[in-house]
Design a protein around this ligand. Sequence first.
Ligand code: HEC
Length: 168
Amino acid sequence: MSGCHVGPNAADGINLTTYAGIMDEVKPGNPGGSELYEVLFETGDDLMPPPPMAALSSAQKERIRLWIEQGANETNCAGACDSTSATTYTAVIAPMIQTNCIGCHQGTGASGGVRLTTYAEVSGAVNYSGLVDAVNGVNGRSQMPPSGRMSDCNVALLERWVRDGMPQ
Ligand code: HEC
């Protein structure tokens, strides 16, 4: 929250608004060795959040412990990943491609000759250009996007969509 572990002038230099900042206080796989977890159990001024704020509930603490124990991954569960609604091209895949791919994969100069602007083009790239291998950077395909793999959530959604027969 504002005034605490936020931004460049964060308390104790601990900026908890970014994944990198949070990871400065975390040892993946080792909750007991992670400051981010330890401070939840301190006493007096060392307890976080400090009094008069309420301490985290045991359920909240357990959630943090489990996250660290499972590797403290940067996964994003906000939105569609948790959704039980159908993973369709229109609702999920098109916006994902728009954000992560379209800049290089449209028009006559599309990278690798692969255009990803329509359903036909995207499903064609899955069938003939190894799109799923490319988002995972495996089986001889260059990692796509080249700047680095998308979130686990996005990759999982894409794989689910293909498994389900690429519904429009
Ligand atoms: C910064 C530009 C850029 C972005 C963003 C990008 N690509 Fe590419 N893509 C390329 C280039 C360049 C190639 C061709 C070079 C190569 O195959 O190594 C390529 C090739 C491909 C291929 C063909 C691979 C092959 O081996 O023939 C696929 C499929 C692909 N991209 C899918 C995607 C998908 C899906 C995304 C988004 C998740 C994406 N790309 C984002 C630049 C980009």
